[in-house]
Design a binder for this molecule. Structure first.
Ligand code: BES
Ligand code: MN
Ligand code: ZN
Length: 497
């Protein structure tokens, strides 16, 4: 969808969106429209339960006296509510309300409560951003959808006095949206289309934006001793890949780089510890962590973030075959630590073990943040509302919690501790790859911690949030792209020069 900004003027066609404040209070725009339409707004309000409460809407069709095809009254609540996140939600809801209306164009007329025009330009940019994020659709394989069932809305213009300011602000937001869309695209793709080689190729595409991309194949990883990752991959005919992306947006900086690491299991059957058939198709999105890291690198490069950032993704397919790893196999990770593979379905941690070790060894980063659809247990604990956050670093935890609330991509801190770590001990090797059922997400995190070499580290278990099971204001049902906006914000707010 095309998003534009212009100075306030009544549109000649399409849908018009105007705000109404709480207690049915009209601002100047709504009052003027009410006059032009012979009181259509007042009568519609009287005939409905719409009172201007935040994010409620009322649609008025083909009102006499204006060129617009329809007027969507949008509940502004109390005017001081218009924070960026609020405006995003508004944009998303407006898109959803009008997407299938038949109109191809819509216009949102934003007006300030008391001449706060700078804040209004920010709100306008974010309203456009919210609408853009909500307009995402993964429909490339739907060849028979009727034209009547497809969204019609193609263009949204936000009217605001400082239109050129809004437009400038929107450029960076649009770059982040492109990162989110890339994540949603690769996470939506099925396992026969996205597998290690093809996902690595997507990452290589980022070189167009100035990201340096390096791809390790099986041979290189073998040489590096990545036995944990390779053990997972050995049951698949698809060759595993590790992709190292570098964005050098602060070439003069002496600070060590920031590092983001993603689990990229392009399909997780469970391996020999095979999963039940019901719902297994969902495991096409077990590369969600890597999808987020790739989308994040695109966002950062797209908006030319002034930071040096490493993205590393471990890409494998977890399959059962005659060559697959067996329960009880013992593998040696790049760190030298040996792992008894009790359950081949606890594969994500094996992949990440070698990614984390490689990352700290090669880059000595300021911190490592990994993202992984790691455990079903985190869904039991937190549902689909928060990602699980595991870290010993209170500063990073606070930064991520705050950014999460701002972005509507919330994280909830979970514990770490020696008592959990002990669950990983085994007589046969340095550790086993599963604890018990209790605290399954925590023992998984403790496993990862053993490969961080005490570099500041955060693990985000995104198993519950990588896929949206229902529409949300700025996230349509499907691959959510969770983490791109959160981590882009973390970088922008705290780590850019
Ligand atoms: N990819 C799964 C975790 C998962 C489950 C993600 C459901 C999204 C939705 C992971 O590889 C896995 O299979 N974890 C096991 C670990 C167990 C064997 C210790 C799990 O959670 O059951
Ligand atoms: Mn698994
Ligand atoms: Zn998995």
């Amino acid at each position: 969808m095309k998003i534009g900004f212009a100075k306030p003027e009544l549109p000649k066609k399409g849908a018009l969106v105007v705000g109404v404040m709480e207690d049915r209070k009209f601002g100047a725009v709504a009052a003027d429209l009410d006059l032009r339409t012979g009181g259509a707004l007042t009568r519609a309000l009287e005939a409905s339960r719409f009172t201007g409460k935040a994010h409620k809407t009322l649609l008025i069709l083909a009102p006499y006296g204006v060129d617009a095809s329809r007027i969507l009254l949008y509940g502004m609540g109390k005017p001081e509510d218009m924070a960026p996140g609020w405006a995003e939600e508004m944009g998303g809801n407006v898109y959803a309300a009008l997407a299938g209306s038949g109109d191809t164009e819509a216009t949102i007329w934003l007006e300030a409560a008391e001449g706060k025009s700078e804040a209004l330009a920010i709100a306008a940019a974010h309203a456009g951003y919210g609408a853009l994020l909500r307009s995402y659709r993964f429909d490339k394989y739907r060849t028979k959808e009727k034209a009547d069932d497809k969204p019609t809305l193609k263009k949204l213009t936000v009217l605001v006095e400082q239109a050129s300011t809004a437009k400038k602000l929107f450029a960076d937001l649009e770059a982040v949206a492109e990162g989110v869309f890339l994540t949603r695209d690769v996470v939506s793709e099925p396992g026969n289309i996205i597998y290690p080689e093809t996902l690595a190729a997507v990452a290589e595409g980022l070189s167009e934006l100035g990201v340096e991309v390096q791809v390790l194949g099986q041979k290189e990883m073998k040489k590096l001793g990545m036995g944990a990752l390779l053990g997972v991959a050995q049951g698949s005919v698809r060759e595993p890949k590790m992709v190292i992306m570098q964005w050098k947006g602060a070439p003069k900086s002496k600070e060590p780089p920031l590092a983001f690491i993603g689990k990229g299991v392009t399909f997780d059957t469970g391996g020999i510890s095979i999963k039940p058939a019901g719902g297994m198709e969902e495991m096409k999105w077990d590369m969600g962590g890597s999808g987020t890291v790739i989308g994040l690198m695109k966002a950062l490069a797209g908006r030319k973030a002034k930071a040096n950032v490493i993205g590393i993704v471990g890409l494998v397919e977890n399959m059962p075959d005659g060559n697959a790893q067996r329960p009880g196999d013992i593998v040696t990770s790049m760190s030298g630590q040996t792992i008894e593979v009790i359950n081949t379905d606890a594969e994500g941690r094996l992949v990440l073990a070698d990614c984390l070790w490689y990352c700290q060894d090669r880059f000595k980063p300021r911190f490592m943040i990994d993202l992984a659809t790691l455990t079903g247990a985190i869904i039991v604990a937190l549902g689909h509302e928060h990602a699980g956050m595991f870290t010993g670093d209170d500063g990073l935890a606070d930064q991520l919690s705050a950014c999460g609330r701002e972005m509507g991509e919330t994280v909830w801190r979970m514990p770490l501790g020696d008592a959990y770590d002990k669950e990983l001990n085994t007589d046969s090797a340095d550790m086993k790859n599963v604890g018990g059922r209790p605290g399954g997400s925590v023992t998984a995190a403790m496993f990862l911690k053993r490969f961080t070499n005490d570099v500041p580290w955060v693990h985000l278990d995104i198993a519950g949030v990588a896929w949206a099971y229902k529409d949300k204001p700025i996230v349509p049902k499907g691959a959510s792209g969770f983490g791109v906006r959160l981590l882009d914000r973390l970088v922008a707010a705290h780590y850019e020069s």
